[in-house]
Design a protein around this ligand. Structure first.
Ligand SMILES: Nc1ncnc2c1ncn2[C@@H]1O[C@H](COP(=O)(O)OP(=O)(O)OP(=O)(O)O)[C@@H](O)[C@H]1O
Ligand SMILES: [Mg+2]
Length: 273
């Protein structure tokens, strides 16, 4: 994938400002940056949910930003999107939600009333099993915990047989334990399916832990592109802004054992574990 000079202007705001990067082989990429840095807009442009003002996103020789109609919808299926708020159909059961991933592109009417083929049901159950939630297949989506719902959303994304997975703050609404399960699932999809996963993340330590590559954004611009190990305190200050006196705990949601964080008393967290 080659992203070239991508720009999105909303009124007076340059939400995405002249971003260029390429992905040569499947990678797990974390995009980090403060609120308003342009992370969601960047993913939404790639997925064609938001039109770009300028620039191109070329995949296998095709600028996906120029696709129209049916081929645009095919591309939207090819790059499965996972959202912070899961976007499941609350009243439908889990397995039906997952199968809707495959039906994406058919009319809703048709998909609601069609009888799902046995093969599709098998695939959906296999996807749920892979994410460890096959037992909940017949439960209504709204009765699941946030972490379980996000795993259903990932299973639905897998049903799309995507060429790429985009995840916009997939763990921002989750407790640390569920967050870990979801990040591990995304990592596993990257490794097993050999897919590029691009993941917007609020927290630096999550990007460090799960991603091969980190892109840092500030005011729409790319201010860092490199290995997690190359993120020095100075670069982190660049990404989160100089005026922002950085305390890494602010950008961290991970579960720290007392041994890793000496002197920090977290009785509530400790008893919850
Ligand atoms: N539809 C829109 N209309 C106008 N301005 C928008 C729109 N969407 C985003 N913006 C603006 O573009 C900038 C980037 O927003 P974006 O949502 O991409 O940031 P973000 O990095 O995802 O932030 P967060 O971490 O809070 O999700 C912000 O200044 C935002 O207010
Ligand atoms: Mg966002």
């Amino acid at each position: 994938m080659q992203v070239t000079q991508l720009t999105k202007i909303f009124g007076r705001t340059k939400a995405v400002d002249n971003i260029t990067f390429s992905v040569e082989k499947p990678q797990m990429i974390g995009i980090i940056g403060r609120s308003g840095a342009g992370k969601s807009t960047l993913l939404r442009i790639i997925n064609r949910l938001t039109p770009a003002t300028e620039g191109s996103v070329v995949i296998d020789g095709v600028d996906v930003l120029g696709l129209k109609g049916r081929s645009m919808r095919a591309w939207q299926r090819d790059c499965a999107m996972i959202f912070q708020q899961f976007n499941l159909v609350p009243r439908l059961n889990v397995v039906t939600n997952v199968m809707l991933g495959r039906l994406n592109g058919y009319s809703t009417m048709k998909s609601m009333f069609s009888v799902f083929g046995a093969e599709m049901i098998d695939d959906a159950l296999a996807a749920l099993d892979r994410l460890g939630i096959a037992d909940q297949a017949l439960q209504r989506a709204e009765t699941l915990s946030g972490g379980q719902q996000q795993r259903v959303a990932i299973a639905r994304a897998l049903m799309q047989k995507p060429r790429m997975v985009l995840a916009d703050e997939p763990i921002a609404s989750l407790d640390p334990m569920s967050a870990e399960v979801v990040m591990k699932s995304l990592r596993e999809i990257h490794e097993r399916e050999n897919l590029t996963v691009i993941c917007n993340l609020h927290t630096l330590d999550t990007a460090r832990q799960y991603c091969d590559r980190v892109i840092g954004m500030l005011h729409g611009r790319m201010v860092f592109d490199g290995l997690p190990s190359e993120l020095s305190p100075e670069t982190v200050r660049d990404i989160y802004g100089a005026e922002h006196e950085l305390d890494e705990s602010v950008t961290s949601t991970s579960i720290r054992s007392p041994a890793e964080a000496p002197g920090v008393l977290r009785p509530a967290a400790a008893s919850a574990l």
